[in-house]
Design a protein around this ligand. Structure first.
Ligand code: SF4
Length: 283
């Protein structure tokens, strides 16, 4: 399935993109449209509930390498970014630290990258509290994730962190763009810009624990999603179409050595400091 085909169908049939995505799901899997929408609503409610529960909290993570970042960000008055970015960053850190603390998260698209989509969902919710509009946009983000999972991969062990954080940022960029414009083509450009910006990102968790660099990557990636969406909404287009970007990402992932695909053997996981920290860990 091409995301571009879904956008084309929505334009030709003059129907909203989220409806076309739900119908595609029905045609492919036989799941009734209302049932898929209900399932997505349940997931969205879980994100909002957990977002409220953990927002800016100190959390006790498995290794102690993280757990204070959301709290620090919440207690800091930003100097550069907007209030929306700040909310999304605190939420992203909260979700990612909750994952590291074995809390409840929505693995959207994965557990390690759970903070990107969820962080932006929670920030949008706190801004407008418009559930139906958020749900429509969440479904469009799901369409982006579905295409990536079929054409490439969402797993860090298979494609590196570009497949996890990169996919999360692409989904979130499309979600934001749909939320504000309802324009499918702009969503595809936003997702392509975000994914290209994170292409090649390696998976290198220190000690194999999903804490360092994962937690902070979630928070930086929300800003990439926001910037990509703003560019697309300004009319900036990705020269390479989204579906081709996804195929390229899959190829890059397959070219990555095993040491950079969730084995904890390369990248920052192989630095002297990482090794020293691991030696001192008492688990
Ligand atoms: S570094 Fe690896 S484990 Fe951590 S978020 Fe990225 S893909 Fe997931």
């Amino acid at each position: 399935m091409n995301f571009g085909d879904l956008v084309k169908r929505s334009e030709e049939e003059k129907r909203p993109l989220h409806e076309v995505i739900l119908e595609e799901e029905y045609e492919e899997l036989g799941v009734p449209v209302e049932l898929t929408r209900k399932g997505a609503a349940k997931i969205l409610r879980a994100i909002i509930r957990e977002g409220a529960r953990n927002f800016g909290k100190k959390q006790k993570t498995l290794t102690g390498m993280t757990g204070m970042n959301a709290w620090k960000m919440k207690n800091y008055k930003q100097k550069l970014i907007s209030e929306f970015n700040r909310m999304a960053m605190i939420s992203a850190l909260s979700f990612a630290e909750s994952n590291a603390a074995m809390g409840r998260i929505v693995a959207c698209p994965t557990a390690g990258a759970c903070g990107v989509m969820s962080g932006i969902v929670y920030a949008l919710w706190k801004k407008d509290e418009n559930f139906d509009k958020l749900l429509d946009s969440f479904i469009v983000a799901g369409g982006i994730g579905d295409v990536i999972s079929k054409k490439a991969t969402l797993a860090g062990a298979e494609g590196g962190c570009q497949a996890e954080i990169g996919s999360g940022a692409a989904m979130a960029a499309a979600m934001l763009t749909y939320y504000y414009t309802g324009d499918g083509e702009k969503c595809a450009h936003a997702a392509a810009i975000a994914l290209k910006s994170l292409m090649g990102l390696v998976c290198d968790p220190v000690g194999g624990f999903v804490e360092v660099p994962c937690v902070k990557r979630n928070a930086t990636a929300v800003n990439i999603a926001i910037a990509s969406s703003e560019m697309a909404m300004a009319g900036i287009e990705s020269v390479i179409p989204f579906d081709e970007v996804v195929e390229a990402m899959g190829k890059v992932g397959r070219a990555l050595p095993e040491s950079l695909r969730e084995t904890g053997k390369g990248g920052i996981a192989a630095t002297p400091t990482a090794k020293r920290i691991l030696k001192g860990l008492k688990l």
